[in-house]
Write a protein that binds this ligand. Structure first.
Ligand SMILES: C[S@@+](CC[C@H](N)C(=O)[O-])C[C@H]1O[C@@H](n2cnc3c(N)ncnc32)[C@H](O)[C@@H]1O
Length: 263
């Protein structure tokens, strides 16, 4: 359950919208009535808190971003790693929700890896605040309705299915380390399982916009520390402005893919 001081980290407009939804669902005509209900009803308090923890995601969520990753960024990273005689690419999906984002990246690398000689290995560190979501992401089971962005060819290649449940191929899961990690944890700069940062690519999509500017900044400051040389940061399409304000330049217009401005 969220503590009161955690709620204060969220953008006021986001909390107000959740409160309005809660008021409508409980037929509370005033803000004061709803606050009183939250105070006396733990079940309603839990529903309200849960509504502030949005874990919606999609495979290949922003098509322009994923197309740029597939055709430009990942081939560039693979080529550079090979030139530097590095054995693997290191990727961090921060705020991975139910795993759609890290699995999408893994599918692209597997498909590009086939044409790369010699093949390059990769490890994706997939983290989220929610341990429940991390467990579900690791299990990698999805309903047919949630797979709308995936081509039939990819569905056949990267999923097995029984009735309407699709399970991600263990070939992909074996490259991904799932762990719980709070991006606002002041003690840790990157997931302990990664040992050190030095990521080639960090995806931190569709979570910054829930937070007030000072918390967005502290998340971005942390991510900068974990970016390797010539690495890229990916955000959600509506978050591009925050990234630019915080010292990054977008590498291709509207792609939501960035580098720090000093690189
Ligand atoms: C809307 S989902 C986005 C999922 C995915 N990145 C995407 O773009 O589709 C936001 C996720 O960020 C996670 N999250 C929010 N605050 C976080 C924090 N401080 N540290 C780690 N994860 C966080 C939430 O638990 C949720 O699963």
């Amino acid at each position: 359950m969220l503590r009161q001081d955690e709620i204060h980290m969220f953008e006021d407009s986001f909390v107000a919208k959740a409160r309005e939804n809660g008021m409508a669902a409980t037929c509370c005509a005033s803000y004061e009535d709803y606050e009183a209900l939250l105070g006396r009803d733990p079940a309603e308090q839990k529903l309200f808190n849960d509504s502030l923890r949005v874990n919606y995601s999609e495979f290949f969520r922003n098509s322009l971003t994923f197309s740029t990753l597939e055709h430009i960024i990942l081939p560039t990273l693979i080529r550079k790693a090979r030139e530097e005689n590095r054995r693997e690419l290191r990727i961090w999906s921060a705020g991975c929700a139910l795993g759609q984002e890290p699995y999408s990246v893994a599918i692209l690398i597997e498909e590009l890896g086939k044409i790369a000689v010699p093949p390059i290995d990769y490890r994706i560190f997939a983290t989220d605040l929610s341990m429940v979501d991390i467990a579900a992401a690791h299990a990698g089971c999805y309903s047919a309705e949630s797979l709308g962005n995936i081509s039939g060819k990819r569905l056949d290649r990267w999923f097995s299915h029984k009735n309407s449940v699709y399970t991600i191929s263990p070939e992909l899961t074996s490259h991904i380390e799932f762990s719980a990690f709070d991006l606002l944890d002041a003690q840790l700069s990157s997931p302990p399982s990664s040992i050190f940062g030095g990521f080639d690519l960090i995806l931190c999509c569709n979570l910054l916009f829930y937070y007030k500017p000072e918390y967005r900044k502290s998340i971005l400051d942390k991510l900068i520390l974990s970016l390797g040389r010539e690495a890229y940061l990916v955000c959600g399409e509506t978050e591009r402005g925050y990234i630019i304000e915080n010292g990054f330049r977008e590498v291709y217009l509207q792609s939501a893919i960035f580098k720090p401005t000093n690189v």
